[in-house]
Ligand binder design. Structure first.
Ligand SMILES: NC(=O)C1=CN([C@@H]2O[C@H](COP(=O)(O)OP(=O)(O)OC[C@H]3O[C@@H](n4cnc5c(N)ncnc54)[C@H](O)[C@@H]3O)[C@@H](O)[C@H]2O)C=CC1
Ligand SMILES: NCCCC(=O)O
Length: 505
């Protein structure tokens, strides 16, 4: 096998790593692009260095990848759950063994801190291990019918599933989609974001090394056009998409043409409600977790922070103190808390939201500025200081729109009824959070929030055992948890007659 990209990784963000290996994978190997058209440079966010070139796959390549996946599906779906589990557990073991190298590559491509990237890689192998455990539990029902007849159900795979990912959790998103898909006996063709093309191919190599049939997990590179080819392909049974609401709508529309199943994990603008009876230090820590992981580029972030008026001064003092203490810089260093945003245009967009918020009357309590680290290697990186906005109102753009950057908008509230009405007044519904010591209030608020997840007295933890997904325009279907088996399988009913046929004709 060709040298692994993992062997090339430096110890810090040097701005020197250049990847020239092919980033497509099907038929059990990396595949050279057929045409070098519409090539896009991929940047290392911490340095601005060109890391590699993303060469999009065209129709012929997409077709090859899907056919390769179909061939693997024919073999894989015939295996017993325990046999599939064995391969998946081996893949999880290899990821665990190489977690540091994979995490470093993720840092170089995504810009998040190594501490966070390590957690992401751990959640990725945990997901594969978790679904390996479920693979042998898939079963149906036996139903006794009159006259000795009976019926049973079989849980069967869908076929070739497509995964389309966003750039904020490149390896984790690929694993969250692959794990339940493969456990159910499907094959997957995955398209990472064109901005983070490098770690999905590592996952493909690992599945191959673990003993998966060639084609079981394929990677095609590309952007909107390649994604659209995947959604339209007649041999694709399902599309699982993670990304923005506008693209999610297009994916749903394209998939509907072939009546393909769809899972949509879309954006959010989630509320975090902090009552005056909370444990304040935990609420402040929760608010930081809700806003600043991965430089604020997290779909389920609690960016609308509602604080009960009586504790607003103490909350703001403490949240600003802790936000100013966040250490920005080389994301590869253990003591860095925050790295670089994904791209220069995205950084400018996020800074634009801060400017607009100021014009609309918000007060910047800290951050919201471009940041240049002292290390000369990082001068070209896309850093900004994490920002806390006070004096926000529900009608401001920073409170209504998903910023996808390190910007927390804080607003006061008086009563539970009022804050619930304001929290739910959005077209999104991905996540929500509440901090209070009153357990009745906590569960009442959780029940009344219109969101797929509600965190009580914490925020942004992602155990693979619990379902994750949205309400309203944040999407449908789920990732993680047992329920996701239903989104990657279908039920066949078998009806068995034990006597003579009583014909009406
Ligand atoms: N709910 C969730 O689990 C998550 C949601 N997101 C959301 O994703 C957004 C940020 O990610 P982006 O990558 O900028 O989103 P995006 O929607 O621009 O792109 C997502 C993916 O869709 C592909 N794509 C673009 N146009 C397409 C088309 N016409 N057909 C098929 N595929 C197409 C892209 O190449 C990429 O792989 C944010 O809104 C964020 O909230 C991000 C991570 C997780
Ligand atoms: N680990 C959190 C996943 C959320 C997201 O993909 O944005």
């Amino acid at each position: 096998m060709a040298q692994s990209i993992l062997d090339l990784i430096p110890e810090t963000c040097t701005g020197t790593l250049t990847i020239t290996e092919h980033l497509n994978f099907w038929g059990g190997k990396r595949v050279k692009p057929l045409h070098e058209t519409n090539v896009e440079p991929v940047f290392e966010p911490a340095t601005g260095h060109v890391l590699c070139q993303m060469v999009p796959c065209g129709a012929e390549e997409v077709d090859e990848a899907i056919k390769s996946a179909y061939g693997a599906y024919k073999k894989w779906s015939k295996l017993a759950g325990t046999e599939r589990a064995r391969v998946m557990l081996e893949a999880a073991r290899i990821i665990r063994e190489r977690r540091e190298k994979i995490a470093k590559l993720e840092v170089i491509n995504n810009g998040k801190s190594i501490t966070e990237a390590l957690v992401d890689i751990d959640i990725a192998w945990e997901s594969i291990e978790y679904y390996a455990g479920l693979a042998s539990t898939l079963s149906g029902q036996h139903v006794q019918l009159p006259g000795g007849a009976f019926a049973y159900t079989r849980r069967e795979p869908l076929g070739v599933c497509v995964g389309i990912g966003a750039w904020n959790y490149p390896f984790q998103i690929a694993s969250w989609k692959a794990a339940p898909a493969l456990a159910c006996g499907n094959a997957m063709v995955f398209k990472p974001s064109p901005m983070t093309p490098v770690t999905a191919v590592i996952l493909a190599e690992i599945f191959k090394e673990a003993g998966a049939p060639d084609g079981l997990f394929c990677v095609v590179q590309g952007g909107a056009e390649t994604g659209s080819l995947l959604c339209h392909h007649p041999m694709v049974a399902k599309v699982s998409f993670t990304g923005s609401v506008p693209t999610g709508k297009k994916v749903m529309e394209m998939s509907s043409k072939g009546v393909k199943q769809v899972t949509l994990e879309l954006g959010g603008k989630s509320p975090l409600i902090i009552f005056k009876d909370c444990e304040l230090e935990n609420a402040v820590k929760g608010a930081l977790m809700a806003n600043f992981l991965t430089q604020g580029q997290v779909c389920c972030n609690g960016t609308r922070v509602y604080v009960q008026r009586e504790i607003m001064p103490q909350f703001l003092d403490e949240v600003v103190k802790r936000t100013k203490a966040i250490r920005l810089g080389d994301p590869m260093l253990d003591d860095t808390n925050m790295g670089a945003l994904i791209s220069k245009p995205h950084l400018e967009k996020v800074l634009g939201f801060v400017d607009q918020a100021k014009k609309q009357g918000a007060k910047v309590l800290c951050g919201g500025e471009p940041f240049t680290p002292t290390d000369p290697k990082l001068k070209g990186g896309y850093f900004m200081s994490p920002c806390v906005l006070d004096n926000c109102r529900d009608d401001m753009t920073c409170v209504k729109e998903e910023i996808f950057g390190p910007v927390m908008s804080v607003m006061p509230f008086d009563t539970e009824e009022e804050v619930l009405q304001r929290a739910n007044n959005t077209t999104f519904g991905l996540a929500s959070g509440v901090f209070t010591r009153d357990i009745s209030r906590a569960h009442r608020v959780a029940a009344n929030l219109e969101a797929g997840t509600c965190f009580i007295n914490n925020y942004n933890i992602s155990p693979v055992q619990v379902p994750f997904g949205g309400y309203k325009m944040s999407g449908f279907g789920r990732e993680n948890g047992e329920v996701t088996i239903e989104y990657y399988s279908q039920l066949k009913t078998v009806v068995v007659e034990m006597g003579d046929v009583e014909s009406l004709f």
